[in-house]
Design a protein around this ligand. Structure first.
Ligand SMILES: C[S@@+](CC[C@H](N)C(=O)[O-])C[C@H]1O[C@@H](n2cnc3c(N)ncnc32)[C@H](O)[C@@H]1O
Length: 235
């Protein structure tokens, strides 16, 4: 860590150790770094076939501020979810990208359904800034509203026909599934009767029963040893 910090910061010193820990104190920007162009946000145009097929475009642009999930790239779980997009409902007026990260799924929802309004929501400020930039980069910012929110709690009841979800399995540094379960409850509340939740998760997590309780009848649509995609229909 001393070397990592010293690459960017002028002075790095360590305090005396206490049990197994030391505090590193770093200060001042290295002179040669002071005028360097910022490394974030990063932007890329992704041409992955699953992404292109889902969006119905030649590529999808993504912008990522530092610390946003997957950066300016396509996560493997998100990609697996996108391989099922030909079965997502098409007659969509209101869609939600819950835990949107860079907003790649929100952009796909807006691109594939030109009449749809999309709400993208995430707890992370970096994700919210990224999702807004991703919507602008794809020319859909007029139909994608990005909201900073905890597990979509501020979304209105019965306000969506389609929710897509690649839920978190970390809460900062800890492996936890609480946020995922809260998002399932949000999806159940936010979907209109007959509306659908499409979720991707790591196969060992076995979320199907929890999804059925929170939303309604849930089927496995696609599965490999690593990921499962489910479709839940709001009763
Ligand atoms: C697995 S990532 C998926 C991101 C994006 N949908 C994608 O497919 O690339 C999960 C996202 O949930 C967000 N998240 C984690 N806990 C949350 C919470 N309590 N409320 C809202 N968003 C949360 C994370 O910041 C992260 O962007």
């Amino acid at each position: 860590m001393n070397d990592v910090l010293a690459a960017e910061l002028g002075e790095v010193r360590a305090t005396l150790a206490r049990q197994k820990s030391r505090v590193l104190v770093a200060s001042g920007v290295r002179p040669e770094r002071r005028d360097a162009p910022p490394t974030f946000p990063t932007t890329a145009t992704l041409a992955d076939p699953a992404l292109r097929a889902a969006a119905g475009t030649a590529g999808v642009a993504v912008t990522a501020h530092g610390g946003t999930f997957a950066g300016a790239a396509l996560d493997r779980g998100t990609r697996f979810l996108l391989t099922t997009a030909d079965r997502w409902p098409t007659d969509v007026t209101d869609a939600v990208d819950l835990g949107c990260g860079t907003g790649l799924l929100a952009a796909v929802l807006a691109l594939r359904s030109p009449a749809a309004r999309v709400v993208a929501t995430d707890r992370s400020a970096a994700a919210v800034a990224s999702a807004r930039a991703t919507a602008r980069a794809n020319g859909v910012a007029d139909r994608v509203v990005v909201v900073r929110d905890d597990a979509g709690e501020g979304l209105a009841d019965a306000s969506a026909d389609l929710v897509v979800l690649n839920p978190p399995f970390h809460d900062r540094a800890a492996v936890r599934t609480d946020a995922a379960h809260r998002m399932f409850a949000t999806a159940g509340r936010v979907l209109r009767p007959g509306g659908e939740l499409w979720t991707v998760f790591n196969t060992p997590l076995r979320y199907r029963a929890a999804l059925a309780r929170a939303v309604g009848p849930t089927e496995h649509v696609a599965q490999d040893p690593r990921f499962t995609v489910t479709r839940s229909v709001r009763g």
